[in-house]
Design a protein around this ligand. Structure first.
Ligand code: PLP
Length: 441
């Protein structure tokens, strides 16, 4: 065997690199491999190992859908568990067993506040990002009854879009601003669309499907100069880009913990100090009277820890993830003909890539990827199963056919270069097979 040809030892080195990131996943993989596969010898070329899925078995799941949700970090899980087993009291109780938990909630509030450079008092814990968006819009309208207009965009997540559609049915006026063909926002049009009766401008910061960023600082400045409240859905931004609510002059901002390695079912609404706020959930006096409902202490503490971790790794990890995303995106665009990116290359989230594969149905492509252990999506997880093409791509003027052949790949902190290379090895064959069977190609 020529010494320059990578062999099974090379594959094992790959696996060891993965092992450092995910030992448990590796063990499961190893058992599966030992049961089903002949052990590669030291003469087995690594290319054969890749082809034979040997590495896939060892790597396990390749998760490229981090905009849908993220894996709970072990460090987050660890700090949460005592709140189910020992510290399960109600923070509103007068006795110490319950009341002492308020200290833990306040500590978490400080950590989440630090993530966005807010003051702890400006943080309201909610049940999810959807609730945060609904609550922000609801409050702005409830407290300004003479203003019945909301300005938003056509590419919002359904947590804003559907709430605004409902408002229309209830007699409010909503403007859904169009976007440019690359998914960016026309600031001039936004400014022109603000009216004397506009109660709120609510736009997302980063699009969950394309990763395209809106110029939030400029939107905030326009709103301030026109004396209109501004809310931004920063759910895809947290942990990926620096957020400074004070420097940017934001009135309200939504976060969701499950996008940054904490559990699903816990969110935050930042409400700027001295901004009047009407609770959305009416009940007890929790969250300093801004949200009724017994606090989900374990999840709040988990969110705090996730915020702390996100601050610590923000710069290095996002540089690494961006390099992986670019390697994946450039590799696909270079090696697979008739593929292109949807949305602007920049400004964009460092982890997101939305790619069109001409002549393909995204669902078939995603199924084939799933078969190879690769998780990706065709857009928002909240609209999966809808027969309609993505409303985001449609608003960008992307044709129905192209939108139906588009997928989103969103990377995260647990992804590795080996996973990217494995996907790059699989995708051309999958696309070729699907296209050869496609009448549209
Ligand atoms: N807004 C955006 C941009 C999102 O990506 C999501 C989740 O995918 C949401 C809102 C809803 O957040 P949650 O799942 O916490 O309700």
């Amino acid at each position: 065997m020529n010494g320059s040809i990578p062999n099974a030892a090379g594959a094992i080195a790959v696996v060891k690199a993965v092992q450092r990131r995910n030992e448990r996943r590796l063990c499961i993989g190893f058992e599966a491999y030992q049961r089903d596969r002949p052990k590669p010898s030291k003469f087995t070329p690594i290319s054969h190992c890749l082809q034979s899925q040997w590495v896939l078995i060892l790597i396990g799941l390749i998760y490229f859908d981090n905009n849908a949700t993220t894996r709970v970090a072990p460090e987050v899980f660890e700090v949460m568990t005592p709140y189910w087993t020992e510290l399960w009291g109600n923070p509103s109780s007068a006795y110490q067993f319950g009341h002492r938990l308020t200290k833990d909630i306040e500590a978490a509030r400080e950590k989440v506040a630090a993530l966005i450079n807010a003051q702890p008092k400006e943080i309201v814990f909610t049940s999810c990002g959807t609730e945060s968006n609904n609550a922000a819009i609801n409050s702005a309208l409830a407290l300004q009854p003479d203003r019945r207009h909301v300005l938003t965009t056509a590419v919002e997540h359904s947590a804003t879009l559907k709430f605004c559609q409902l408002l229309k049915k209830r007699g409010y006026d909503v403007t859904f601003l169009p976007v440019e063909s690359d998914g960016t926002l026309d600031l001039h049009l936004l400014e022109q669309s603000i009216r004397p009766d506009t109660a709120l401008v609510s736009t997302m910061w980063a699009n969950n499907e394309t990763g395209v960023l809106f110029p939030i600082e400029e939107v905030a400045a326009i709103c301030q100069s026109r004396d209109v409240l501004f809310h931004t859905d920063a759910i895809q931004v947290a942990g990926k880009l620096k957020i400074d609510v004070h420097a940017m002059g934001l009135d309200m901002l939504s976060l969701s913990a499950h996008k940054l390695h904490a559990p699903k079912g816990i969110g935050v609404l930042y409400v700027k100090r001295n901004t009047r706020f009407q609770p959305y959930l009416i009940g007890g006096g929790q969250e300093h009277g801004r949200r009724g409902g017994t606090e989900n202490v374990a999840y709040i503490v988990g969110f705090g820890r996730a915020a702390e971790l996100a601050i610590a790794r923000q710069n290095d990890e996002n540089t690494r993830i961006k390099a992986l995303r670019d390697r994946l995106e450039n590799g696909i665009l270079k090696t697979i003909p008739n593929t292109s990116r949807n949305g602007a290359k920049e400004p964009r989230l460092p982890n997101t890539s939305n790619l069109a594969f001409d002549g393909l149905e995204a669902e078939a492509l995603l199924m084939s990827l799933d078969h190879k252990g690769i998780c990706a999506s065709s857009g928002s997880a909240c609209t999966t199963g809808s027969p309609e093409p993505s409303h985001v791509l449609t608003a960008m003027g992307v044709s129905r056919e192209r939108a139906r052949g588009s997928i989103r790949l969103s990377l995260g902190i647990y992804n590795t270069a080996e996973e990217v290379d494995y996907a790059l090895g699989q995708l051309p064959k999958i696309v070729e097979t699907l296209r050869s069977a496609s009448p549209a190609f």
